[in-house]
Ligand binder design. Sequence first.
Ligand code: HEC
Ligand code: HEC
Ligand code: HEC
Ligand code: HEC
Ligand code: HEC
Ligand code: HEC
Length: 461
Amino acid sequence: MKGLKKSASKILNLLRIVFASKKTPIIFVLLKEPIFSIEKMYANNFTSMHNKTFTRYILAIATCWVLLLSNTLMAQDKAYAAKGKELYAQNCATCHKIHANATGPALKDVSQRRTEAWLIKWIRNSQSMIKSGDAIAVKLYNEWNQTAMNSFPDFSDQDIKNILAYIDEESKKEPVKATPTATQTGGTTAVAADSGYTNIILGALATILLVILAVLLVLTSLLTKLLKQRDDLDEADKEIVESKFDLAKILGSKAFIGTVAGIIFLVISKAGIDKVMDIGMQIGYAPTQPIPFSHKLHVGKYEIACQYCHTTVMKAKSASIPSANICMNCHNAIKTGSPNMQKIYSYIENNQPIPWVRVHNLPDLAYFNHSQHTVAGQIACEQCHGEVKEMEVIQQRSPLTMGWCIDCHRQTLVSYTTKDADGKDVLNPYYEKLLAFHKSKGKTKFKVEDIGGLECSKCHY
Ligand code: HEC
Ligand code: HEC
Ligand code: HEC
Ligand code: HEC
Ligand code: HEC
Ligand code: HEC
């Protein structure tokens, strides 16, 4: 404690002497010292200075050039990768992922396990390569159950190199955990605990603190040095100037140790709290599905209604996942040759359901009913599931925690109307009496919480 206090007061006192000394305003003298005054620098020891300054000047310019050059090179790589990204998205993403296996193998670091020439040949026409008996190609084909990859005979070498540049760039990145861009309405708090940003801010703060510390250290030693050369200081000032700036003492001081221990404690407990808050909360969970079924394509592009596949979502508790037969309504005619369809056919032949991986899953202790929300509550699917029609891979967008359910029940007004058979809004007979009763009391609006939406037994068995 003492060491720290002393050092801090030393800095302050030094500044006081510099700026507020009653005798000569030392600040003016200081400004004429070599480090501040270029004029004096030139006048005094130009020759010795010159060499050093010149070397530094050259070094600085060289560094700038190196930075600039590497930047341009990287920018060029980026440009290739950007072109590749589009081609990849249009032609490869249906079957490939970078970090995980899909219909085809994960492409992470593929340019390290194969040569460029091999890759170009393969991507342009993998089948002819397999037929020609290329050992790697044949082995790969068999490993992947002889699933045929599309050929891309129209791709130029540069096209393929661009795609590979994109794959290389993506390979360096961490697997993306889909970001929680939840479309949460009704004022439900966005639980976008973006610890990424917090970390960046914390890092920046730490850096700034370190820089300030360094500047202060340099300043003190500089001021001490300069002030030592002066002889018009009184005794008290001299003592301050001569007092040691003791780093070891600071590091050993209770205050310093306390602060560091405090910071470590905060960081650890924050990590702990983050972990606990994450339990049961899986925003962004988007598992790889056995068939790369795309909602974006089927709902976004072909505008198939949700209920066409999720047949019970308006009638029952569960929304239901479509059976392969529903797919066959269309796919016994559409895309019958595609490897994905072959997979579906084989599931049907073997009398197996398609093993879709479940995304949303409340614990057994909670009761949630779809029809209550979609029909009576008139809540749109998007409000809880996000922009499904834009999802290539379905993804959990809401936290599905008790707090999330309750927040919405606190904020959402009960809708008295419901849709009739023609899709017109009509008064929900279920609420007719309730509404009449409330009107007689002069209250015409009530929230879900007012009809018991916060009662434990409504949501818990
Ligand atoms: C119809 C699905 C499909 C599409 C579309 C597709 N691939 Fe493939 N790809 C596969 C399969 C399956 C394999 C595994 C080998 C096999 O069975 O033919 C594979 C293998 C590969 C390999 C070899 C991987 C390794 O480990 O050596 C590369 C590289 C590759 N694909 C790149 C691409 C690129 C680039 C595109 C887009 C231009 C693309 N693929 C489009 C299905 C596909
Ligand atoms: C052509 C059929 C089809 C249509 C139309 C469709 N879905 Fe799906 N949906 C599926 C299939 C198949 C799955 C399971 C595979 C998957 O998770 O991608 C699924 C899964 C889901 C899941 C995740 C289920 C889980 O495991 O938790 C949600 C949520 C969902 N769909 C919402 C919607 C919404 C909202 C719409 C309308 C905007 C819609 N779907 C339209 C076929 C369809
Ligand atoms: C109402 C018609 C319809 C239904 C039902 C339907 N699809 Fe599709 N599907 C399409 C259309 C149209 C395409 C686009 C075909 C194209 O790109 O030429 C498509 C494309 C696909 C593709 C990408 C094409 C490929 O070769 O891989 C997959 C995978 C797919 N559907 C899976 C499914 C699954 C699984 C189901 C059942 C859950 C399903 N579809 C139900 C109409 C339908
Ligand atoms: C009020 C919020 C909410 C709305 C609105 C909503 N869902 Fe859900 N959905 C959920 C919850 C919560 C689950 C998880 C249920 C479980 O695990 O029991 C779920 C699960 C699902 C599933 C997985 C299968 C199942 O039933 O567990 C599908 C598919 C689905 N929803 C589709 C839809 C569709 C389509 C709509 C619109 C017509 C819709 N949902 C509207 C909250 C909602
Ligand atoms: C986006 C808003 C919203 C979310 C999120 C939501 N609900 Fe609801 N919930 C409603 C509305 C609106 C009603 C009223 C429906 C009606 O008019 O009967 C309702 C009604 C209910 C009811 C019936 C209450 C009663 O008194 O009859 C239950 C049970 C319920 N919700 C459970 C849940 C559970 C469990 C969750 C979380 C997994 C959840 N809800 C998430 C909006 C929501
Ligand atoms: C609107 C629906 C709703 C209401 C009302 C509700 N809960 Fe829950 N509760 C849930 C859901 C959904 C979960 C599961 C969420 C999760 O796992 O994060 C849950 C989980 C829990 C859990 C387990 C927590 C855990 O981590 O395992 C307890 C305990 C609980 N609720 C108690 C209560 C009590 C007590 C009340 C009444 C004061 C109540 N709940 C009212 C929806 C509700």
